[in-house]
Design a protein around this ligand. Structure first.
Ligand code: HEC
Length: 403
């Protein structure tokens, strides 16, 4: 087996393993996900609060989407390079179709968590779709369920993501397997392939267990200063759109159409010369890397994006400074300026006795409804998320370490 053939085989196995894990983790995620504009984020947040197992599922799904796109692209490039495209047209085209479906999965899955990046990324993507001449607006409206993003958008995307595309993928995969895409594996080769599957499974599990899928703050349609960033595999296209801003249809129509045309025509391109094929694949690789590198370079100066947890913590810190410190004091000892000026009997929040006597729930209630004569009620001013974050802050900052 040549090195190209071996690499192609590895990318195919890795792609299939990822697809399998994506489908199974997708079932798990679907059980808890609510595809509604208002509740989607909370349903994802709920998952994060369930603890490590649930987050693991989300992380697996998140990272493997990238692996699938990567393996798909690699597989197609290597098949073309090796000359498989010419010899086994149906296999090549079906794999190409599967690759496009995988990209469709990414397009429709990206907005589902409804955090800032998901929401604003979706705004940008629909903006790009709209620049397709003649049909762009209609297509965007069809996907969105109207002229603007609203309550009908997410259910549509979710239906595509969790019903339509899986059916398409299953059909294509079935047709592909019926073509017997690989040589039958027996003996040592079968052994090697199975070991490869196991290693890939282990790697995927370990990676998802260590690296959590990102979750940014809840989508805020009013925050127009937010700059979304596409996933790495769309960076080149986004950079191309930036370079050719005057002719937006290059990005939205010409490049995808060229990609599709190349895929369809690949069985007839440079069929006799390996070197010519190698040159073409290298050129595509260099163009991809160049555009991606340029995008990364230019994105360096964009403001950092805090995670949901980080944003909530800094919100709680700001709230404590503005709303609580004047009484409870910067150190939590109840010696703020207002407390001293009016002689208020503010509790010492660093007193271990207080933390033993009071549950988190009681502290939440004290903040929400007020307590005694001098602790004001904040239930009107602050939502439950902020109150929760304040209790968390009090605990982290003032609760003495247990001895
Ligand atoms: C006007 C002064 C004042 C402000 C402002 C204030 N507190 Fe208080 N807080 C008090 C006093 C006084 C008490 C004790 C009430 C009592 O039990 O009589 C108290 C009690 C509490 C308790 C309950 C402690 C316990 O032992 O039950 C918590 C928790 C608390 N405050 C948190 C906060 C937070 C969080 C903020 C800001 C969002 C805040 N407070 C703002 C004066 C204040």
């Amino acid at each position: 087996m040549t090195i190209v053939a071996r690499l192609r085989e590895i990318s195919a196995v890795a792609g299939l393993v990822s697809l399998f894990l994506l489908v199974s983790s997708g079932f798990g995620l679907g059980a808890g996900y609510v595809a509604s504009e208002r509740e989607a984020f909370d349903s994802v947040l709920f998952l994060h609060r369930q603890g490590a197992d649930a987050v693991f599922l989300r992380s697996l799904h998140h990272w493997l989407a990238s692996v699938l796109v990567f393996c798909g692209a690699l597989y197609l490039a290597l098949s073309f390079l090796e000359g498989i495209a010419a010899g086994r047209r149906a296999v090549f085209w079906l794999s190409g179709g599967l690759f496009f479906v995988a990209v469709g999965f990414c397009f429709t899955g990206f907005p589902l968590p409804m955090d800032q990046n998901a929401y604003w990324g979706m705004v940008v993507r629909f903006g790009i779709v709209e620049t397709i001449p003649l049909v762009g607006r209609g297509l965007a409206a069809l996907l969105r369920g109207g002229a603007t993003l609203d309550a009908s958008t997410l259910p549509r995307l979710y239906t595509l993501h969790a019903s339509v595309l899986p059916l398409l993928a299953m059909g294509l995969l079935g047709a592909l397997l019926s073509q017997r895409p690989g040589e039958p594996a027996e003996g040592r080769r079968l052994h090697r392939l199975l070991s490869l599957c196991l290693v890939l499974l282990g790697l995927a599990y370990a990676f998802a267990a260590v690296f959590e899928a990102p979750l940014e703050p809840r989508a805020d349609p009013a925050d127009t200063s937010y700059v979304p960033r596409p996933e790495w595999y769309f960076l080149w296209l986004y950079q191309l759109g930036k370079l050719l801003a005057a002719v937006p249809w290059v990005q939205s129509l010409l490049v995808p159409a060229l990609g599709l045309a190349t895929l369809v025509a690949a069985p007839w391109i440079f069929t006799t010369s390996f070197r010519a094929r190698l040159l073409l694949v290298s050129f595509a690789g260099v163009a991809w890397a160049g555009l991606t590198g340029l995008a990364l370079l230019q994105n360096r100066d964009l403001p950092a994006r805090p995670s949901y947890e980080q944003a909530l913590r800094s919100r709680a810190e700001g709230l404590y400074r503005e709303e609580c410190q004047s009484c409870h004091g910067a150190g939590g000892r109840g010696d703020g300026s207002q407390a001293r000026a009016f002689g208020l009997d503010c509790p010492d929040l660093t007193d271990p006795g207080l933390w033993e006597a009071r549950s988190d729930e009681q502290l939440r209630l004290a903040i929400r409804d007020g307590q005694g004569a001098d602790m004001p009620a904040f239930g009107e001013k602050l939502d439950s998320e902020a109150i929760e974050a304040l209790v968390d802050l009090l605990r982290r900052r003032f609760r003495p370490a247990r001895r």
